[in-house]
Design a protein around this ligand. Structure first.
Ligand code: SF4
Length: 427
């Protein structure tokens, strides 16, 4: 193996893959210049979570960053003047096995620019996974990016070797996609997703009847959207998510804040990177849809097209619906308990279990782990004390915000006084 050439390719193709967040946290750039321990030199190792919650490290690379398309938001677009490279199928197989044997990684995340056409590219991605499984007996995690427009037959084959498949929607709205990636058609994302969904269902059904059925994409499928490249509202983004979750049984939608990379006048100006806070609010909303029983229309609608930046979406909903509170934690159903700001999924499950044996009071709620500095404004328990009283939602919001600000300042000043003490001792 020509290590110098492989290393060059690895640098280019791991760097190009870092914009895909559907497997998070790419490697950092710290060099080992003093012969110390470890070397984190941007070789595309990232971390991801498997279905059973294990954190696995993955080799995250593109097969190639050559691409026949010219999507305005993408660093790999054909008009971008960058260094290009392409791995051979066997090179990716060898790298994966070598990294695996050295214990650097537990799996592979493989994506690609589109060269020649969708099927030609998809065939090569599959060839890597197939060789790893069949020739190398590799049982590690494999996440393959599906190429929009790939044929049904190839999508069926991909799921036989990959743990997870994903097609990136990229731009949340059709009009945004037309503007920024006019060569792409939304149907080309939907077709492979539909195929994967149907295959997963079919294999699960066959498994109930037959003894030996091959596993098909056991970690399901996911997608990614770029946020902030085409001026869409939070409502447009989350309505798209809700549609894709429901229609294609997606495991995850990832939200990736647009990173300004070009001067193209169809894009936001350079320097206007999407704040991390917006990504966070979208993830919180996503969580409320998947685990807290909210419908997207309750959180975002014509009157509220964007999420509030100063409070989380659950508190925002509660403040807009004060007529539904207070609720009695000893009587309320799970659906309403999950809507109380300060009560998480774990706390709610504990409350439901504990109240079978006794009437819960504030002390019990505290020991359960409920965040009472928020929840107390929306609940009553064994006393009828209710902190909201006749306050308006604006007043309540300002009290909660000032509470959390003073809590934050108190924590900070505690931490600073610890440093003060430490300095005094060491002086
Ligand atoms: S097809 Fe994919 S890799 Fe190619 S320019 Fe568009 S987003 Fe980038």
């Amino acid at each position: 193996m020509d290590f110098k050439r492989i290393n060059e390719k690895l640098e280019i193709l791991a760097d190009a893959a870092k914009y895909d967040v559907s497997c998070s946290s790419s490697g950092s750039n710290r060099k080992n210049s003093n012969k110390g321990l470890g070397n984190s030199n941007g070789m595309g190792i990232c971390h991801s979570y498997t279905e059973d919650g294990r954190c696995v490290s993955l080799l995250k690379i593109l097969l190639t960053n050559h691409c026949i398309f010219d999507c305005a938001y993408c660093v790999t677009r054909k008009s971008n003047d960058i260094k290009r490279a392409a791995f051979k199928v066997q090179e990716v197989v060898d790298l994966t096995i070598n990294f695996y044997r050295r214990n650097y990684i537990e799996g592979l995340f493989l994506s690609s620019g589109i060269f020649k056409n969708a099927d030609y590219t998809m065939e090569r991605l599959i060839a890597v996974a197939k060789k790893l499984r069949q020739e190398e007996n590799f049982n590690g995690y494999i996440h393959l990016k599906s190429i929009p427009g790939a044929s049904d037959e190839l999508m069926r084959e991909a799921g036989l070797y990959a743990d997870r498949l994903s097609v990136n929607i990229e731009i949340p709205t059709e009009k945004g996609l037309k503007l920024l990636a006019p060569e792409k058609d939304r149907k080309d994302f939907i077709k492979p997703m539909e195929k994967v969904k149907n295959e997963i269902i079919q294999y699960k059904n066959e498994k109930k009847l037959l003894k030996r059925v091959p596993i098909y994409a056991p970690a399901g499928q996911s997608t990614q959207m770029i946020v902030g490249a085409s001026g869409e509202t939070d409502a447009e983004i989350m309505y798209t998510s809700a549609y894709f979750y429901k229609s294609f049984n997606l495991k995850r939608v990832y939200y990736s804040g647009y990173v300004p990379i070009s001067n193209d006048n169809r894009l936001p100006t350079i320097g206007s990177a999407v704040p991390i806070l917006r990504e966070n609010r979208l993830y919180q909303t996503d969580w409320l849809l998947r685990f807290y029983g909210f419908d997207v229309r309750e959180l975002l609608n014509k009157e509220h097209p964007n999420l509030e930046s100063d409070i989380d979406p659950k508190l925002s909903w509660a403040l807009r619906n004060l007529d539904q509170f207070p609720i009695d934690v000893n009587k309320a159903d799970k659906r309403m308990l999950l809507r109380v700001p300060g009560l998480g999924l774990k706390s709610v499950n504990k409350i439901i279990k504990a109240r079978r044996y006794r009437k819960l009071n504030w002390e019990n709620l505290k020991s359960i782990g409920a965040s009472l500095n928020r929840a107390k404004y929306f609940i009553i328990c064994d006393s009828t004390t209710f902190e909201t009283k006749d306050r308006t939602s604006a007043q309540l919001k300002s009290i909660i915000l000032s509470n959390s600000n003073s809590k934050f300042s108190a924590t900070l000043s505690n931490q600073l006084s610890l440093f003060d003490n430490h300095n005094t001792l060491s002086a």
